[in-house]
Design a protein around this ligand. Structure first.
Ligand SMILES: [Zn+2]
Length: 531
């Protein structure tokens, strides 16, 4: 059966860049654009030339990408000609394959925000589309507030889309700008639009304010739209945009879509999706969402022992798709509720060969249970679990010993008369016969301790140079005087691998020390450092 082409349009670098706390450099944008190009996204909207130096620089030269590099901008301003609108001139000069204009599709916004008439807005759309086509660009029109506009005044909303289509725009994109439209409304309205404009020229741009941006995108496709706009990890202002990392696997793995539509993402690229998602988080210095559909660490995790033994026999019993298809992996949680089958499966994944009747398996399980009872949580700390298991099997070399450490926090008035808090750590380490003493100052006591620990490991130093602490989370368990502190540290290295380690103690510095030590030891084991 011939399948219809469904196009994907990524706006991580434009709409996604509106996210609070996200600030892409030109280098970041180039890396992300290449990554999107590599997986086969049809369009990459890279920014708004003229709006800021980064975006202007991105479009200053032609980028060697297969994807359709798209520049975003406004249609000509009301009351001006195309050549007399510097913003539009800059947009038309941008080195892009396509131009995506944005125009108001809600008559209320035309009057109140633009202070102009519907006729002038429609003329602006036609003139802008025509000028970009004359420049040899493919043209898209984002119809801003289309759904709210359509509910208020369907004739004008449709006229704004039709004006662009009739003038030769390749796509008119219906935007749920406020993100409040519900799937059944999207399906109905897109269906009506597709009676006037062929669906293979209609796109959907959904925001996630009711957590239905992905559902709204699919509703639009069911109604005839053939382009989906979205972002990696659902990045975007407020609650985000439609998440392409969820949309892509659904389109490829669910029969309702995969039987009817072909997207530009091949199977082998789908297998890199988890990596792509985590790479973006890494660039943003965020911890990946463990519960993200398809790509989250918990997306294919099972806790209960009874489920675990079923999964070992037949994975399809508890999984809606195979984790490998999206580059994720099955995870059987080693936790309080787990049985021997969980532990065995984890050991197998780590690559430790143990006979299933080996008494050490039960010892390990008991140890995990005892430690979890006092606050450890191994399902969140894979690397610490691995070390625990390896130690039980006698497979962790004794690399070095921390003979003592001292952490000092001092608040004082500095030479400029400012009150400052300074943290300093001193660590005494024994490597072989060598005693190494390191001193470091840090932003806080844990940072100082981390820096001091990693400052000089003697012959092991070269193994940990790529080690990086990427996230640090603290929880106080059991409120009151009995409180213990649980510290989770996420680390990464030059190979892009991430791992999490744990420490538990009534003392936050001690808990942090345990987690830091596990991270360093894990890295040494992983790097094959000699004993
Ligand atoms: Zn948007």
């Amino acid at each position: 059966m011939p399948r219809e082409r469904l196009y994907l349009f990524d706006t991580t670098l434009r709409d996604g860049a509106q996210t609070n706390g996200v600030d892409f450099t030109l280098a970041d944008k180039l890396v992300i654009a290449r990554m999107l190009d590599e997986i086969g996204i049809d369009y990459v909207e890279a920014g708004y030339p003229g709006a800021n130096p980064t975006d202007t620089n991105f479009f200053a030269e032609k980028r060697p990408l297969r994807t359709c590099v798209t520049a975003f901008g406004m249609t000509r301003r009301p009351g001006r000609s195309v050549s007399n609108d510097p913003g539009l001139v800059a947009l038309l000069d941008a080195q892009a394959d396509a131009v995506c204009f944005v125009a108001k599709a809600w008559d209320y916004h035309v009057r109140v925000a633009l202070e102009t008439t519907e006729d002038e807005m429609l003329a602006s759309i036609r003139d802008s589309v025509r000028s970009a086509i004359a420049k040899g660009r493919e043209v898209l029109l984002d119809c801003e507030h289309f759904f709210d506009g359509y509910k208020a005044n369907p004739a004008y909303a449709l006229a704004s889309a039709k004006a662009a289509y009739d003038e030769g725009a390749r796509w008119v994109v219906l935007c749920d700008t406020n993100g409040g439209t519900l799937p059944h409304e999207v399906e109905k309205i897109v269906g009506e639009v597709c009676k006037a404009i062929p669906g293979d020229h209609v796109g959907i741009h959904a925001h996630n304010d009711t957590e239905q941006a992905v559902a709204n995108s699919f509703a639009a496709v069911r109604a005839g739209a053939r382009q989906i706009q979205g972002t990696l990890n659902g990045l975007g202002e407020r609650c985000g945009n439609a998440n392409l990392v969820s949309i892509i696997p659904t389109l490829k793995l669910k029969a309702e879509f995969s039987q009817h539509f072909d997207i530009g993402v091949p199977d082998d690229k789908l297998q890199t999706l988890a990596h792509v998602s985590h790479t973006l988080d890494e660039m943003l210095n965020r911890a990946p969402d463990r519960h993200a559909p398809y790509v989250g660490e918990s997306a294919f995790a099972t806790k209960a022992g009874i489920h675990a033994s079923a999964i070992m026999k037949e994975p399809a019993t508890y999984e809606h798709v195979a984790p490998e298809t999206v580059g994720n992996r099955r995870k059987l949680l080693v936790s309080d509720q787990s049985g021997r089958s969980n532990v065995l499966a984890e050991l197998e994944r780590i690559g430790l060969v143990v006979d299933k009747d080996d008494p050490r398996v039960i010892r390990l399980l008991d140890e995990v249970k005892d430690r979890e009872a006092i606050g450890y949580a191994y399902e969140a700390a894979d690397a610490s679990f691995e070390l625990l298991a390896r130690r039980m099997l006698g497979k962790v070399p004794h690399y070095f010993e921390v003979e003592k450490f001292d952490v000092n926090v001092e608040q004082r008035v500095n030479a400029k008369g400012e009150r400052v808090t300074v943290s300093q750590a001193v660590v005494k380490i024994k490597v072989g016969d060598d005693i190494l003493i390191s001193v470091s100052e840090g932003i806080g006591p844990v940072n100082a301790l981390d820096l001091a620990l990693r400052k000089d490991l003697g012959k092991y130093q070269s193994f940990i140079t790529g080690l990086d602490l990427t996230d640090y989370r603290v929880r106080i368990l059991n409120a009151g005087t009995e409180a213990v502190t649980r510290v989770l540290i996420e680390s990464a290295d030059e190979s892009g691998e991430h791992w999490t380690t744990i420490g538990v103690s009534p003392n936050i510095i001690d808990a942090s020390f345990q987690a830091l030590m596990d991270s360093i030891i894990y890295k040494l084991v992983k790097s094959g450092a000699p004993a």
